[in-house]
Design a protein around this ligand. Sequence first.
Ligand SMILES: Nc1ncnc2c1ncn2[C@@H]1O[C@H](COP(=O)(O)OP(=O)(O)OP(=O)(O)O)[C@@H](O)[C@H]1O
Ligand SMILES: N[C@@H](CCO)C(=O)O
Length: 312
Amino acid sequence: MSVYTTVTQAELESWLAQYTLGQLVELKGIAAGITNTNYFVTTTQGRYVLTLFETLKLEELPYYLNLMSHLARHGVACPAPVADRSDRFVSLLAGKPACLVSCLSGADVAAPNPAQCRAVGVMMADMHLAGDTYPARMANPRGPAWWSATAQVVYPHMDAADAAMLHEEVAFQSEHRFDALPTGVIHADLFRDNVLFDGDSVAGFIDFYYACNDVLAYDLAIALNDWCALPDGDIDGERARAMLAGYQSVRPLSDAEKAAWPVLLRAAGLRFWTSRLYDKYLPQAGELTFTKDPAQFQRVVALHRQRQDFWL
Ligand SMILES: Nc1ncnc2c1ncn2[C@@H]1O[C@H](COP(=O)(O)OP(=O)(O)OP(=O)(O)O)[C@@H](O)[C@H]1O
Ligand SMILES: N[C@@H](CCO)C(=O)O
């Protein structure tokens, strides 16, 4: 469960007095999620999600919350942060930076169908276009410098053959530069558990706390590696083609993006293989570790290495 910081009714009532949201009706902890504390908050005005940030600092949050506000304002399905009477999206509650966002309907989908993969592709392309007018900038904290440094930390814990493969992948990516590809705001973690669905319609993208400025097609590669994956790490071609067709119905990929696509898929696999290895071998103190399996992404990368057809 993920209520790390307990908020009492009385604490919340006094914090809510900064908002124009009426009276508190109900406060209910949300079990899902790993990083932050989340509650459903019902007031006489409506239903919201309260997040208390367990690791991000107050001064780091405006990039993400202003981004969600910008995207929501441009019609992207995502939670809209609510401003308090001082026009702030975030302030301290129970000693933690906290915000309220609109509560979306729907639920995440563990086994998506091709129509849902297509809908995610369409909404991601809409998000990339809407992000074009977002003025703030954030470098990707999980880019090549990060995975090279993290690989050094995990090699000693790995089996020699797996470490050799990780080393090859880091070296392979270092030979490729994507400077010429279109960049913009990317979600950077759009896995199945970060999208809520109403039937086959996207109710919303959530969890923007890895969002950053990076290569747009890399975001699509990250999503495809999770949304279209089979349990053995292979990719389901039907779902992959549906996601790519959905994306390209809004934002067609350029020839340069298509040429880079196989390398981007491997980069996206390497990013999550590395982070999962790190979480497995060096779990942070106090962190809830129902660790996600790094081997899934090792298989994804291994199969991309052999693949001839990339669904374009
Ligand atoms: N705006 C929202 N509307 C409806 N439900 C939401 C909303 N935001 C979060 N949730 C629910 O809360 C759960 C936990 O949220 P989230 O995945 O963002 O947790 P986290 O701990 O902040 O992030 P992570 O799990 O990636 O570390 C989601 O699975 C979803 O069910
Ligand atoms: N989506 C990530 C975890 C959160 O960043 C993973 O599945 O490894």
